[in-house]
Ligand binder design. Structure first.
Ligand SMILES: [Zn+2]
Length: 129
């Protein structure tokens, strides 16, 4: 399962950082580009499973969707991409050509998968800063 390997990579990348923070990690905020075909539900399940026994155990995985934005070299358009509705799958698919002139576009956002921030709960006696 694709989500499982993505969640596994995510946890391995996060663990050194999470351990050095020294508090309890209560939330992991992820930004997911629209072109990343990953099920949020499967990601959260895989994350919870893989986090067991690590400092990330019990942390809530929050996934924020980043819409596809494009820039067009031909007409200078910058902004969200057009979408086509796929009726069979009830799914909205971004079109990677310019909404105003139809030329090929460069992707600005939509492919990222990044951890935005971690939410840490510090114990009350160490909360002096
Ligand atoms: Zn254009």
């Amino acid at each position: 399962m694709h989500e499982y390997s993505v969640a596994s990579e995510l946890i391995h990348a996060l663990l050194p950082q999470a351990e050095s923070l020294g508090g309890k990690i209560v939330g992991v905020f992820l930004k997911k580009g629209e072109l990343r075909i990953l099920s949020n539900h499967a990601m959260v399940n895989a994350f919870e499973l893989l986090a067991e026994g690590t400092v990330l155990e019990g942390a809530q995985l929050e996934i924020e969707l980043i819409p596809v934005t494009v820039s067009c070299a031909s007409c200078g358009y910058k902004g969200e991409a057009d979408h086509v509705e796929d009726e069979a799958f009830h799914f909205s698919v971004p079109i990677l050509s310019c909404p105003t002139c139809g030329a090929e576009v460069d992707l600005i956002t939509g492919r990222e998968l990044v951890v935005d921030r971690l939410s840490v709960q510090t114990s009350e006696d160490s909360e002096t800063s």
